[in-house]
Write a protein that binds this ligand. Structure first.
Ligand code: NDP
Ligand code: 1BO
Length: 283
């Protein structure tokens, strides 16, 4: 079980990835982003999750440069956007991300969405394998892939993604995928662990558990993922919440708590269904 903010999971290639990081989607203001990353690092976070599509890699680069930590002591994830799945374009997109991040490598590079109608995610995956072989990235993975997408990339390339980052919270617990990931050596990572701004949809139902442990509903949602062995990346632009979201290592959810949260699952997603989400293909 994860013990603290610097504690890691070991990916299938041996790379150690922190179990709790800061998400920065929708933080597009430079000052706000830099202050969020600095607050996170000052309070012990070592992992940041960005993406080309968030249009803030350049601010993440600045924040990392000025946060007082060595680059090698941080774990930076970014993502290949849907418009760039074609092999050569994916390699160029990666170079652009590195330039913005002021980095010559990235710790984890992910395909952002499979966009299956375009039938090009295997080509994108081959580009990520190339970047991995060239040691430009320490680990590679995907987001929003269901078991059948994972089966396909493995069948066609022989390489299984090391991480699958998917929407995951009490209303969408990803039970089938979690089981698949555990069987196939993939570490699952929960995005939108606080229901992407819809925490109120569950906070009354989590109130009793939160009260019992002297914690908040947000902390219960984050701890829930830790108990299941899932990496978790809550987003906040506020330093008090960045601290709150990391203050989840001094309590544990018991069997009764876990059963009560399990009962909330509805497979409800706030983000699009990856099987039909085919957006963002224009360059
Ligand atoms: P989260 O589930 O992390 O929720 C973020 C929202 O919760 C914000 O509105 C934030 O507001 C609020 N919040 C944060 N902390 C607390 C707290 N302690 N109490 C109450 N409210 C709180 O949403 P995201 O969708 O941003 O997901 C997290 C990260 O996952 C993203 O930032 C991104 O890095 C990644 N992601 C990846 C996706 C993919 O397709 N691969 C898709 C979606 C997300 P405030 O900022 O005001 O504190
Ligand atoms: C469309 C981008 C979702 C956040 O990762």
């Amino acid at each position: 079980m994860l013990k603290n903010l610097q504690d890691t999971y070991t990916l299938s290639n041996g790379v150690k990835m922190p179990g709790l990081g800061l998400g920065v989607w929708k933080v597009e203001d430079e000052a706000e982003l830099i202050s969020a990353v600095h607050a996170a690092v000052d309070n012990g976070y070592i992992a940041i999750d960005t993406a080309t599509a968030y249009d803030n890699e350049q601010f993440v680069g600045k924040a990392v440069d000025t946060c007082g930590k060595k680059r090698e002591d941080l774990f930076i994830t970014t993502k290949l956007w849907n418009a760039h799945h074609q092999y050569d374009e994916a390699l160029r997109a990666f170079d652009r991300s590195c330039e913005k991040l002021k980095a010559d490598y990235v710790d984890l590079y992910l395909i952002h969405w499979p966009t299956p109608a375009y039938d090009d995610y295997v080509e994108a995956w081959k580009a990520l394998i190339h970047l991995y072989e060239e040691k430009r990235v320490r680990a590679i993975g995907v987001c929003n892939f269901k078991p059948h997408h994972l089966d396909r990339v493995y069948k066609e390339t022989g390489i299984m993604p090391m991480v699958d980052q998917v929407e995951c919270h009490p209303l969408n617990q990803q039970l089938e995928l979690l089981d698949y990931c555990k069987k196939n050596g993939i570490v699952m990572e929960a995005y939108s662990p606080l229901l992407s701004g819809n925490l109120a949809d569950v906070s009354d139902k989590l109130e009793a558990i939160a009260k019992k442990h002297g914690k908040t509903a947000a902390q219960v949602c984050i701890r829930f993922q830790i108990e299941r062995g899932v990496i978790v990346i809550p987003q906040s632009g506020h330093s008090n919440r960045i601290v709150e979201n990391a203050n989840v290592f001094d309590f544990a959810l018991d069997e009764e708590d876990m059963a009560a949260i399990a009962a909330l699952n509805q497979d409800h997603h706030f983000l699009p269904d990856p099987d039909t989400a085919n957006f963002g293909k224009k360059r």
